[in-house]
Design a binder for this molecule. Sequence first.
Ligand code: PRP
Length: 209
Amino acid sequence: GVYTMEDSPYLMEVLTELRDKETDSIPFRKGLVKFGRFMGYEIIKTMEIEKITVETPLEETEGVVVRDRKNVVIITVLRAAVPMMEGLVKVFEHARIGIVSAVRGKAPEFRVEMNYIKVPHISDEDTVIIADPMIATGSTLLEVIAEIKKYGSPKRIIVAGVLGSPEGISRIKEKHPDVEIFVGKVDRELNDDGYILPGLGDAGDRAFG
Ligand code: PRP
């Protein structure tokens, strides 16, 4: 499935700040951290909840545990996903972390070169969350997802992004129907240079200069 977060006024305010061209790198990075954290909470809503009992200092009562929260691998696609990862780690503090560097070439081919990949052990109990703020042509994620699948068969593969383009998202769904996509919003379109419109510009440049 594709999950969007348009019904969250909080996240839409964060997105508005990210879109604003007057937002400079410090609040931009903070916005991405907030996004990652919020995405984490949304992902937890889709995890299994187990009922347990807990002893307060006064008596026994019912409680819950989300066991899958501890079985998370976060894959960070350089560069722009780094602040998002920071937010995700606040929610999934046990997460193992993988780093992927993917450089997208120029239009019209948008060839993706992966020149660094380091992925921790992935078990079939794991939820793999691939963080990449922008799903533009989708080429980067197609490469990354194919690579991740060589490392193991996790329980779930989730893409966590800020914005997606209709084209990019359908390319991923077509090739990897098993992959779940969580984005703030699906924007209108992709331009010829591979930028999402209205979008927020180049997330890596805006965050890191
Ligand atoms: C951007 C973005 C994604 C990718 C999306 O990264 O962060 O990783 O492009 O494009 P695609 O869906 O068309 O493949 P960029 O190459 O600008 O690197 P950066 O984050 O280091 O600036």
